[in-house]
Design a protein around this ligand. Structure first.
Ligand code: FAD
Length: 436
């Protein structure tokens, strides 16, 4: 295509947000996307017999987040509260959340006084190595791996502290029709403003110089422009060369890619199980478990798949399982069928329902191992002890020509979210517009 101003690689939330912002100012932009679909880590399915939306990737708006909500409001896309009660299943008992983790206050006080950053695991070993803190250590590790998808041996204690300090009891929301509504809106806006999207276009080689870029895809198609915005996931930018979707730069930009490697990128496996009925609300399960799970949203356990959630406030027979951090990374090569069995065993143990009965009740299932996904290779980013230094390099474009965007480049408090990706896309577009 002649006279292209900017090529964007990656049609996730960051790439699409940048694309639509740039075309609206009159820039000629093309967007190359490796997959057949748009959205990246936003992947809404029509699931089950009712074909209602179900999310294999992002699902919640985690609090009142300005960029996401402004975009949804502008698009007229509705979203509604998804807050629900939390439960813990431990040693055969259901405990309503609100239960206090032993030694938590002591832990919080101690981490607030930490002067030099270190990994979360080192901090726990340094300050809370005693036997009496075993429960506390387990809870902290479970949170860091589950919520942040991070390896506690690498995750920065400062960054986890910042996250916990900023944790508010904000409502969570789900988008009506699923997150794909937001992706469709951005893509429509981009195309209407004259932008072009090429799917099944895996970018491979980037030849560049000041104000000129040539991108060659896996099947040898070339695209030319004045500038490039790389909006690919961190997992691919950190990976060794030679994988299906890794890119290479000529001339190389090693100082930049080395800085990228000092950020953390988590691992996650998400499981969707849709049953013929929401048996966890039944009288039978109530009698068996001794708990009234009528308004259960999230359930935390020590099972192989430890975290589960329902579609509360809607009583839909869909359970979502979540395995994050090192245990998910260890299952890089696990088959989807193996993960299904682990998921059913976890549910069987928790709700005391025979696994044979669960299999009969199961209507549809999906497993998404994001670390095994060739176009992502992980879940979302987290800060390591080296990240703060690396960000000084990553926050600048290269030679007015190579720009980067993605959730991993965001520095606010909603790390690893769609908000982070949208904000980063917007910021990259603004930087590109500074160069005429
Ligand atoms: C399981 C899971 C659950 C999550 N839950 C939530 C949630 O509830 N709420 C929330 O806010 N966030 C959530 N997130 C995080 C959120 O999904 C991401 O932060 C966000 O979607 C990332 O957007 P992005 O544009 O930075 O990257 P991506 O969405 O990964 O987009 C990058 C794009 O680049 C493409 N690409 C890769 N390589 C190439 C190549 N060589 N050539 C061309 N294209 C390429 C990819 O196919 C992809 O489309 C979740 C993430 C996961 C994995």
């Amino acid at each position: 295509m002649d006279n292209t101003d900017i090529i964007i690689i990656g049609a996730g939330a960051a790439g699409l947000m940048a694309a639509r912002t740039l075309t609206k100012t009159g820039k000629k932009v093309i967007l190359l996307e490796a997959r057949e679909r748009l959205g990246g880590r936003i992947h809404t399915l029509e699931n089950g017999t009712s074909l209602q939306p179900a999310e294999l990737g992002a699902e919640f708006i985690h609090g009142d987040l300005p960029v996401t909500q402004a975009l949804l409001n502008e698009a007229g896309i509705k979203y509604s509260p998804a807050s629900a009660s939390m439960w813990r299943y431990d040693e055969g008992k259901f405990i309503a959340e609100g239960h206090v983790i032993e030694h938590w206050d002591e832990f919080f006080e101690s981490i607030m006084q930490l002067k030099h950053d270190m990994s979360m695991e080192d901090f726990m070993q340094q300050e809370f190595s005693g036997e009496q803190y075993e429960g506390l250590r387990q809870s902290v590790r479970a949170y860091v791996s589950g919520y942040d998808n991070a390896d506690p041996k690498k995750a920065s204690a400062f960054s986890i502290r910042k996250e916990w300090q900023n944790e508010h009891e904000d409502a969570q929301y789900r988008i009506e029709g699923g997150y794909r509504e937001l992706i469709n809106y951005l893509a429509d806006e981009f195309k209407q403003a004259g932008g072009h999207i090429f799917v099944n276009a895996i970018a491979k080689d980037i030849d560049w110089g000041q104000h000129h870029v040539t991108v060659t895809t896996d099947i040898g198609i070339t695209y030319h422009a004045k500038q490039l915005l790389v909006a690919m996931p961190l997992g691919l930018l950190q990976a060794e060369a030679g994988l299906k979707a890794t890119i290479s730069f000529d001339p190389p930009i090693d100082y930049y890619t080395d800085a990228l490697k000092s950020l953390g990128f988590g691992a996650v496996i998400k499981v969707l199980l849709e049953f013929d009925e929401a048996f966890w609300y039944s009288d039978e399960v109530r009698k068996m478990t001794g708990a009234d799970l009528e308004d259960m949203g999230f359930l935390f356990s020590k099972e192989a798949i430890p975290v589960w959630w329902t579609q509360m406030p809607v009583h839909r027979p869909l359970l979502t399982g979540w395995l994050g951090g090192p245990p998910a990374a260890e299952r890089l090569h696990a088959s989807n069928e193996d993960m299904l069995i682990q998921a059913l065993e976890s549910i069987s143990n928790i709700f005391k329902v025979d696994i044979g009965i669960l299999k009969e009740k199961l209507l549809t299932w999906n497993v998404m191992n994001w670390t095994a996904d060739p176009f992502c290779r992980g879940s979302y980013s987290y800060d390591t002890v080296e990240t703060a230094e690396a960000r000084k390099i990553l926050s600048h474009p290269i030679g007015d020509t190579l720009f980067f965007a993605g959730e991993y480049l965001y520095e606010g408090t909603a790390m690893g979210t769609v908000e982070a990706a949208l904000t980063s896309g917007l910021r990259a577009a603004e930087m590109l517009l500074e160069y005429k």
